[in-house]
Ligand binder design. Structure first.
Ligand SMILES: [Zn+2]
Length: 246
């Protein structure tokens, strides 16, 4: 079964055709949710990539509104650049170099130009998630993840080394991580309509302002598994991103 619905769009500069993919909506419930709001399905991020760099001419452009005339569900006759050639700017994530390359792409985009608030929020949120990717599954370094039998010792050990190296890179870049998250926090406070559910308490928690995070969570109304987990991690004074469900 195909997991994604394809769509097609054209580079406004060189008119090359690119293939995009949307996750089939019935599969969203099978996805993994992380505390920072990132959702993964089969290791694919489900958030649509809005800033594209053309694989043919390197022109950067925004695809914001799916109803734009350059987007179609009809497969065009001409040559089509596949999803992998432009998704995440063609980066592979098999090692931490790829993860750092994505971080540098977002940083470069932010330095290059001044964006309207919704676009800056979009880029800073993705930069935040990209930093968190360096140590996203930190709990997997524990021996119990090998002992529960889901992975071979070789896979677990290799994955563990990758996460430990990622954690070191995260700590090395912590100032940039914090600067970006504080800027995102200020923008979201000014533009509450852009906030994702429980994003503000999570930002406070990751900025180590645990009391403020707990205060916002207490105000959130009905308790869910998500809010309970965030309160638990705030009480532990743990600022690291964690898996909520999956
Ligand atoms: Zn182009």
């Amino acid at each position: 079964m195909l997991k994604f619905d394809p769509y097609y769009f054209q580079c406004p500069n060189c008119q090359a055709w690119l293939e995009g993919r949307n996750l089939k909506s019935e599969l969203v419930n099978e996805a993994i949710l992380y505390s920072d709001g990132k959702i993964l399905y089969d290791n694919y991020i489900t958030t649509r990539q809005k800033l594209v760099m053309c694989p043919s001419c390197a022109h950067a452009f925004w695809i914001e509104n799916p109803a734009e005339p350059i987007i179609t569900l009809q497969k065009p006759e001409s040559y089509i650049y596949s999803w992998n050639t432009w998704r995440f700017y063609g980066i592979s994530f098999s090692d931490n170099k790829g993860k750092m390359a994505l971080i540098n792409h977002y940083k470069t985009f932010l330095q290059k130009s001044h964006y309207e608030p919704s676009k800056e929020i979009y880029l800073r949120r993705l930069l935040w998630w990209a930093y968190n990717d360096l140590h996203r599954n930190h709990q997997h370094i524990r021996l119990k993840y090998f002992l529960n039998g889901f992975m071979s010792f070789g896979v677990w050990h290799c994955n563990r080394s990758l996460i430990i190296e990622g954690e070191k890179l995260f700590l090395k870049n912590q100032k940039d991580f914090t600067d970006n998250l504080q800027r995102l926090q200020a923008l979201l406070e000014k533009h509450p309509e852009e906030q994702i559910d429980l994003e503000m308490p999570e930002i406070y928690r990751e900025l180590r302002q645990f009391d403020k995070a707990k205060e916002l969570l207490d105000q959130a109304g009905s308790r869910t598994h998500f809010t309970n987990e965030m309160i638990r991690h705030s009480k532990w004074k743990d600022p690291r991103v964690f898996m909520v469900s999956g």
